[in-house]
Design a protein around this ligand. Structure first.
Ligand SMILES: Cc1ncc(COP(=O)(O)O)c(C=O)c1O
Length: 399
């Protein structure tokens, strides 16, 4: 017999934020006008207007010129464009090892998303000198280390890429300090603000990063559209060629309907941000208190970071198999994400948890709860109850 679909509790907003009704309404109004904005005819011109209205709205919300907003297909593409675009714009130097000290340098934090880590690794293959900035036990980058490294070769073209907020443990970096330090040494600063935008204050005037990656689906917009903000005057080498769209930075037929959704989602996120941050912080603290009360040996990863995401809790439960916990929570109707800490010699596990020093020879479950505009205190209590039940069951099975 087919069972009726169970009421689900979605607590995985950091993976994808459910699209907000106002966003699909805004996109719906444009759906039947979804033509190619590069076409010269009337439908094409209308699509072009729609794209440019969205770009203008986003630029106003970010507080930057429209020409600084380059639409891409998402956060991964924006991160690659920032890092590899920087490396390739200095490729002439990289190809001439006879000019030591002038090949580009890229510093990425140890806890970056794979989009940045792997783009930087690729940059190393193409001649850049790449180093990973260590973090402390809370996931906060070591600025003293960075200062020492920057001072060793102050004339080299340098990019620092540090995510504004971490997607696994929610640590928020002091981006203002990072930008100040980077600029003191003439470096460009890129930030992956995919998780931060709409939740953390990402004011470009107060925190003048040079490059910023964002994506619509992490703030209530559609999947498949992102952006790279580029401060006026910052040059990058494009990663692909043909067509000339997005000022040749990201050529290919553009997505006016996605851009419309992105603009609507960003407006909503920023409009309600301060009130929501206060509400989420209370929910976060309540969830952590409940987890600590129910599972006394649980850890809260990144819990002692000076700056944290208001809507994300990463809990670690020793003696518990990660897969079993996630599957059991799914059976209970609760959608969350994992992450696991294994022995440092293990190939399966989370680089982020390794970087903050969580290693374990025993099974260790890491569960990430992330929430948003639809989450209530009752939802948080239901999740804490379910986690306590599931952890007790899995620990008993694992023992
Ligand atoms: C911090 C961070 N950067 C980049 C990405 C990739 O974004 P997208 O899914 O839009 O490619 C993600 C998505 O998980 C993320 O959390």
């Amino acid at each position: 017999m087919i069972q009726p679909e169970k009421e689900r509790l979605y607590l995985d907003y950091a993976a994808t934020w459910p699209m907000r009704p106002e966003v699909w309404e805004a996109m719906g109004a444009e759906l039947r006008h979804g033509f190619n904005p590069a076409s010269a005819h009337a439908p094409g011109r209308r699509a072009h207007r729609c794209l440019e209205v969205a770009r203008g709205r986003i630029a106003d919300l970010l507080g930057c010129p429209r020409s600084s907003v380059c639409f891409t297909g998402g956060g991964t593409q924006s991160d690659n464009l920032a890092i590899l675009g920087f490396v390739r714009s200095h490729a002439g130097h990289a190809e001439h090892p006879g000019r030591p000290g002038r090949s580009p340098r890229v510093f990425v934090s140890e806890i970056e998303h794979k989009a940045c880590l792997e783009a930087a690794d690729r940059g190393a293959v193409e001649g850049a000198r790449v180093a990973r900035i260590p973090v402390d036990g809370s996931g906060t980058v070591d600025l003293a280390w960075l200062r020492r490294e920057l001072a060793t070769d102050p004339d080299a073209p340098t990019l620092i890429s540090v995510m504004w907020a971490n997607n696994e443990i929610g640590t928020v970096q002091a981006m203002g300090d990072i930008v100040e330090l980077g600029h003191e040494y003439g470096a460009l600063v890129h930030t992956d603000a995919v998780q931060a935008l709409g939740k953390v204050d990402c004011d470009l005037e107060r925190t003048p990063v040079d490059l910023l990656s964002a994506t619509a689906h992490k703030l209530g917009g559609p999947v498949g559209i992102g952006l790279l903000y580029r401060r006026p005057g910052v040059t990058l080498e494009p990663l692909s060629y043909g067509g000339g769209q997005e000022r040749s930075m990201w050529p290919g037929t553009q997505n006016p309907i996605g851009a419309t959704g992105f603009a609507a989602a960003l407006a909503l996120a920023l409009e309600g941000r301060e009130a929501e941050v206060a509400r989420w912080t209370a929910l976060r603290d309540h969830l952590e208190a409940r987890i600590r009360a129910e599972i006394p040996d649980a850890r809260i990863h990144g819990g002692d970071a000076p700056l944290r995401m208001p809507n994300l809790v990463s809990a670690g439960i020793p003696g518990c198999d990660s897969g079993a916990v996630l599957v059991s929570l799914d059976f209970e109707g609760i959608a969350v994400s994992g992450g696991s800490a294994c022995g440092s010699d293990s190939s399966v596990g989370s680089d982020v948890l390794d970087a903050i020093g969580i290693t374990s020879d025993l099974p260790y479950a890491a569960v990430r709860f992330s929430f948003g505009h639809e989450t209530s205190r009752a939802d948080i209590d239901a999740a804490a109850d379910a986690l306590a039940r599931v952890a007790a069951r899995v620990v008993a099975l694992t023992a």
